[in-house]
Design a protein around this ligand. Structure first.
Ligand SMILES: Nc1ncnc2c1ncn2[C@@H]1O[C@H](COP(=O)(O)OP(=O)(O)OP(=O)(O)O)[C@@H](O)[C@H]1O
Length: 269
């Protein structure tokens, strides 16, 4: 696995700068400055409603910041004019930037009317311009990687939640993104399916060079696979560091409170 301090001298892949976000009168993110380096595996933890998903959705351009800028691979997601107003990037620019990012959500978002194979071929053909044959070969390779080569011709409804989530991962991976976002990908799953999905993410983290941003409530997992852990609360990054430092010697009271609540909860389950 790649270690955080191997990256810090290089140029970040993702740069959040002075990010603020309001929904109406409610401020949900304030003054976020945050980098992700190429190949770095970052876990983001924090209480419900602290703004983790909103931050990730911004990277996919599904949400716009009210303040600040985001760069991916040296390209701004949106430009601001001299008055600070956000200017829409043109479609081809957005496609280029978004092509570097893969996302797996809590809900799998597979196309229900398409077979598993076609679910994974579709964007390769229409976005990357691969031939159907190339797309099929790549799809089969990725389905083998997530342990579902025998499900090519099944439809999503014929698969378990854990299997559908593994298909969603294969679909994101096949696009060869520079960064993969995983947003609470196990929280909609039955407990017995969680481990199979975490196992696939663990493998991806160990084998793939792409960066990862993993939003999770699975503390042991975050500790296990991340190069760096970021703790968010009330729309701010409270603290970040190597997993052993953040989990064993948190610097802030809020981090301590959160982690102790969590360990108390897991003991009582
Ligand atoms: N579209 C929206 N309109 C209004 N408020 C929103 C919207 N999306 C998110 N919020 C609010 O923004 C805050 C941050 O939400 P967000 O989903 O980013 O938190 P989170 O840390 O990912 O939470 P969780 O761990 O529960 O997923 C919450 O108070 C949420 O209610």
């Amino acid at each position: 696995m790649v270690l955080m301090n191997e990256h810090v001298a290089g140029e970040p892949l993702v740069k959040y700068r002075n990010i603020g976000k309001r929904f109406g009168a409610t401020e949900v993110l304030s003054d976020i400055n945050f980098d992700i380096y190429p190949g770095e595996k970052v876990a983001m933890i924090g209480p419900s409603g602290s703004g983790k998903t909103t931050l990730a959705r911004m990277l996919m351009t599904l949400e716009k910041p009210s303040k600040g800028t985001i760069e991916v691979g040296g390209e701004l997601l949106w430009h601001r004019n001299v008055n600070g107003r956000l200017m829409e990037a043109n479609a081809s620019h957005l496609r280029k930037v978004r092509g570097q990012i893969g996302m797996v959500f809590q809900h799998f978002n597979l196309f229900p009317h398409m077979t598993i194979l076609r679910n994974i071929m579709e964007a390769q053909v229409h976005v990357l311009g691969r031939t159907k044959q190339e797309a099929k070969e790549q799809a089969v390779k990725l389905l083998e990687k997530v342990g579902l080569a025998d499900k090519c011709n099944a439809y999503p409804a014929q698969l378990s939640g854990g299997q559908q989530q593994r298909v969603a991962m294969a679909r994101a991976l096949v696009m060869k993104p520079k960064i993969m976002l995983f947003d609470e990908v196990t929280s909609a799953l039955d407990p017995e399916l969680v481990e199979e999905v975490l196992g696939v993410i663990r493998e991806i983290a160990e084998e793939e060079e792409m960066a990862m941003l993993l939003i999770t409530h699975e503390m042991a997992f975050a500790r296990d696979i991340a190069d760096r852990v970021v703790f968010m609360a009330d729309g701010q990054i409270v603290e970040q560091g190597a997993p052993e430092q953040l989990f064993n010697q948190p610097k802030h009271q809020r981090t301590m409170n959160f982690l102790s609540r969590f360990s108390a909860q897991s003991q009582s389950v």
